[in-house]
Design a protein around this ligand. Structure first.
Ligand SMILES: *[C@@H]1O[C@H](CO)[C@@H](O)[C@H](O)[C@H]1NC(C)=O
Ligand SMILES: *[C@@H]1O[C@H](CO)[C@@H](O)[C@H](O)[C@H]1NC(C)=O
Ligand SMILES: *[C@@H]1O[C@H](CO)[C@@H](O)[C@H](O)[C@H]1NC(C)=O
Ligand SMILES: *[C@@H]1O[C@H](CO)[C@@H](O)[C@H](O)[C@H]1NC(C)=O
Ligand SMILES: *[C@@H]1O[C@H](CO)[C@@H](O)[C@H](O)[C@H]1NC(C)=O
Ligand SMILES: *[C@@H]1O[C@H](CO)[C@@H](O)[C@H](O)[C@H]1NC(C)=O
Ligand SMILES: *[C@@H]1O[C@H](CO)[C@@H](O)[C@H](O)[C@H]1NC(C)=O
Ligand SMILES: *[C@@H]1O[C@H](CO)[C@@H](O)[C@H](O)[C@H]1NC(C)=O
Ligand SMILES: *[C@@H]1O[C@H](CO)[C@@H](O)[C@H](O)[C@H]1NC(C)=O
Ligand SMILES: *[C@@H]1O[C@H](CO)[C@@H](O)[C@H](O)[C@H]1NC(C)=O
Ligand SMILES: *[C@@H]1O[C@H](CO)[C@@H](O)[C@H](O)[C@H]1NC(C)=O
Ligand SMILES: *[C@@H]1O[C@H](CO)[C@@H](O)[C@H](O)[C@H]1NC(C)=O
Ligand SMILES: [Zn+2]
Length: 709
């Protein structure tokens, strides 16, 4: 049996606020032999949609999006351009404006001082490449962290691994002094803002986060692979920008927790969701001397014995470094702004206006380019609007309202989508069926999905209708490729704009195609995520863009037009069983016990009512009872609100979905039954955990009862 190792984040290959990990499929259960027919059989509407997609026009949209500054809040004309394209294709379009707190880079510096007094001063810049024009734009964006703290720090520094709480626990166990020091942390694993948060909570006064070639597997210059722009390996000067907001605590404008940000909105203090110590991102090549100065001091990396601790920078042994006597001096100057951001919104009214499908993609990027993140998705949405425009010309009208959204300020912390959700929550709570999110639509050739369970069936079935271009092979559907390379639909954690919707009980799917271990390294949040990279390495010919857009279009078509709303509440049943088993396994390593009987009873009730729901829906169909079918469709739309009916998780009220949430100390990766699980794994508080067994069971019962009545 072949062990398939796919370079896809376990949380879905597509979240923008994500980092890449090697995902292994030891336990991948092969599905039943695929019954996919080839070529796929499409109805005439589906054919119109699919045939409307053109790789060359997608590349034109991509070119537009990737040749101007579109950092959050800085490019209203790009928002208007997006709305105008949608309008040309028949969508009623507008811009929704919010006033939010953001900060922008002014200046920064970093210096290493060796014990003998000599110094090394990293440039903190990425190489300008002649082949890639936008890397040399005079207005190119500096390397920095969004929402980072303005300040200076000068002190000895310690290598803290990936900066997870367990890494800090290990350092404390090793007797390493952290207070007053600067943290040097490796990217990978938890969301970067949580690395800074953990450093801050251990009394550290600054943080430097570096990329490490260990995240690139064998696709490195050390294995003889040429680096970008000459080849698919990472350019050594690549720097990962990104937000350092505390994403697992609260997304959205940090100064308006729980309400929308208008010009005159009252502002709350922000220190609970953004750092109070300065931080900087650097490339591996500039981290190398800084790490080398720690070699031989403190505990050597291999002896630390922590997952992901030792990286692959030559000549570095990833020592903790206490006692090395080398020090860092960093400055980070940011300019605070309360500034407008613009969400473009495009609508086609359905005949049932109380059923709404929201298709979202963010538009803002950390760099001039952003060819993958997020503008592969943006380009796909323009082409999708064109395809639906063609369908409208035939006189077609969707049953359900379609809303396209181009979010701003996602990169800082899902700001545009969160503020929008907060403004429209009364309408959304009633009418929203699903949020289809496409952030990084394409950074490689392998399709990936993460979704709420009720969307698993339709998301999988639609894959069988799409011809997927794949490594020169022909006659393969998206389903075939996905089944072979991935085959699992991920659980939604956080890291992209579906978050706000999920945590108000709205079903969601996040989609995107990413690279495997032998594919070109995707230069996430770097100047090299450019049109040139995309057209040379990421998706030459833009064929994967086209296929991804066709997929999203058919998914949207069926969700907006099928008489039977294609959500399957019963799919939660087997997922509950899995999460329950995982919880039970987690508990087995503790000495205290929890009584889970209330939870398992609620799961049983849910399964029973979901099965009754299916029976009644089938009856409505077989008797052609449209009124009853409508009632059942509304139940399918509404039942998941129950999962978000019991208030927010401990210490992070924003997150209300009690079945899954981003891990408190991961930010991207999900944790299931989060209230129960984290009361145990973080608080070690079994009294609290028992309370959350009750609340989680109650949430499941509320959902079950919506299906029943
Ligand atoms: C494949 O089989 C499943 C289950 O038997 C069925 O629901 C689905 O419609 C089939 N798909 C195709 C494309 O034949
Ligand atoms: C906005 O983006 C467009 C398209 O990339 C670009 O042409 C324009 O210069 C940008 N505007 C600003 C103010 O940077
Ligand atoms: C100081 O130490 C660094 C690191 O060991 C070394 O590279 C450098 O040559 C030394 N400078 C002097 C002046 O000795
Ligand atoms: C890297 O190459 C080695 C040796 O060829 C191989 O054993 C390993 O599986 C490869 N790793 C990945 C992630 O492909
Ligand atoms: C490393 O950690 C693992 C798991 O915690 C443990 O089983 C192993 O003994 C440790 N190895 C060393 C060398 O400390
Ligand atoms: C869509 O419906 C809304 C709400 O009913 C209405 O205000 C709007 O005018 C409609 N738009 C179009 C283009 O019909
Ligand atoms: C691919 O499918 C087409 C039918 O759509 C068929 O004519 C062709 O022979 C197939 N090619 C291969 C290599 O299977
Ligand atoms: C679109 O696809 C065609 C056919 O494969 C190819 O010739 C063309 O170069 C592609 N367009 C772009 C912009 O890559
Ligand atoms: C839960 O775990 C215990 C062992 O810790 C095992 O005996 C029991 O069968 C498990 N229950 C379920 C439902 O998995
Ligand atoms: C469980 O109890 C044993 C014995 O008292 C102790 O060694 C162990 O650390 C405890 N485990 C946990 C997870 O508290
Ligand atoms: C089903 O009912 C609708 C109206 O409620 C009617 O237009 C249609 O002809 C009926 N179809 C069948 C197969 O009875
Ligand atoms: C554990 O949680 C309970 C219930 O919320 C709370 O009353 C108690 O203070 C907590 N215990 C500790 C040690 O934090
Ligand atoms: Zn993104």
């Amino acid at each position: 049996m072949k062990l398939i190792v796919v370079l896809i984040a376990a949380i879905g290959a597509q979240a923008c606020q994500r980092e890449r990990t090697f995902k292994t499929h030891h336990s991948h259960v092969k599905r039943q032999v695929s019954n996919v027919t080839f070529p796929p059989v499409l109805n005439s509407d589906e054919q119109i949609l699919v045939n409307s997609f053109d790789n060359t026009s997608i590349s034109t949209w991509s070119y537009y999006y990737t040749h101007g500054d579109h950092v959050a809040g800085r490019n209203r004309s790009m928002a208007q351009w997006t709305a105008d394209r949608w309008a040309e294709n028949g969508f009623t379009s507008r811009l929704d404006e919010y006033y939010v707190y953001l900060n922008y880079p002014v200046s920064h510096s970093l210096q290493l001082t060796y014990p003998n007094g000599s110094t090394f001063t990293p440039s903190l810049t990425e190489a300008v490449l002649e082949e890639d024009e936008t890397t040399g734009y005079p207005n190119r964006i500096p390397t920095f962290h969004g929402y980072s703290f303005s300040g200076n720090a000068s002190a000895d520094y310690v290598y803290v691994g990936r900066g997870q709480q367990v890494d800090f626990d290990r350092l404390i166990a090793l007797g390493v002094e952290l207070e007053g020091k600067i943290a040097l942390a490796k990217y990978g694993g938890p969301f970067r803002g949580l690395k800074v948060k953990n450093a801050q909570e251990h009394g550290m006064i600054g943080a430097v986060l570096f990329s490490d070639p260990s995240d690139d597997g064998n696709m490195t210059i050390f294995k003889g692979v040429a680096a970008y722009p000459d080849g698919p390996a990472r350019n050594p000067t690549t720097v990962q920008r990104g937000s350092v907001q505390f994403l697992s605590i609260y997304p959205g404008d940090p100064t308006t927790p729980g309400y929308t940000s208008k010009e005159d909105s009252p502002r709350a203090a922000r220190m609970n969701s953004v750092p109070q110590i300065p931080s900087l991102p650097i490339s591996w090549v500039e981290a190398q001397p800084i790490l080398q100065a720690l070699n031989g001091y403190g505990t050597a990396g291999v002896e630390v014995n922590r997952t992901g601790w030792v990286g692959a920078i030559p000549g570095v042994n990833y020592s903790t470094g206490d006692g090395a006597g080398a020090s860092l001096s960093l400055t980070n100057v940011m300019e605070d702004a309360y500034t407008p951001i613009w969400d473009a919104v495009g609508i086609i009214n359905g005949t049932n206006q109380d059923e709404v499908i929201i298709v979202g993609n963010h538009r803002d990027a950390w760099i001039i380019g952003g060819a993958a993140d997020p503008n592969s998705g943006s380009s796909v949405l323009i082409e999708l609007s064109k395809a639906f425009g063609k369908l409208l010309e035939t006189g077609w009208k969707p049953t359900r309202t379609i809303v396209l959204c181009s979010w701003d300020a996602e990169e800082y912390g899902l700001v545009g989508s969160t503020e929008w959700m907060e403004e429209y929550i009364p309408w959304l709570k009633g009418a929203a069926v699903s949020n289809l999110n496409i952030d990084i639509a394409v950074s490689g050739p392998i399709p990936g999905l993460a979704a709420t369970p009720d969307l698993h069936t339709i998301s999988t079935e639609i894959m069988k209708k799409i011809i997927w271009p794949y490594r020169g092979t022909v006659n393969r559907t998206m389903y075939d490729v996905w089944e072979e390379e991935d085959g699992d639909i991920g659980v939604l954690g956080s890291g992209s704009d579906y978050t706000s919707f999920v945590h108000r009980g709205i079903s969601a799917v996040d989609m995107g195609a990413g690279g495997g271990p032998n594919d070109p390294i995707y230069p996430y949040h770097s100047n090299y995520d450019s049109y040139h990279w995309m057209s040379t390495f990421g998706d030459p010919g833009f064929h994967t863009h086209k296929a991804m857009g066709q997929y999203l279009s058919l998914l949207l078509y069926h969700l907006s037009s099928d008489a039977i709303l294609p959500l399957e509440p019963a799919n939660y049943g087997p997922e509950f069983d899995k999460y329950f088993e995982e919880l039970n396994t987690t508990l087995a390593s503790y000495n205290e016990t929890l009584d889970l009987s209330e939870l398992s009873a609620a799961i049983d009730t849910f399964k029973e009512y979901a099965s009754q729901f299916n029976g009644l829906r089938a009856f409505a169909v077989s008797t052609n009872n449209t009124e009853l079918l409508n009632v059942q469709n509304h139940k399918a739309r509404d039942f998941s609100r129950g999962f978000a009916s019991q208030g927010g998780l401990p210490g992070r009220e924003f997150f209300q979905h009690l079945i899954f949430a981003p891990g408190l100390d991961t930010g991207y990766a999900p944790v299931t039954f989060p209230g129960i699980t984290e009361s145990v794994t973080f608080e070690g508080n079994f009294t609290l955990a028992q309370e959350w067994v009750g609340k989680t069971a109650q949430a499941i019962l509320v959902a079950a009862n919506i299906l029943k009545t």
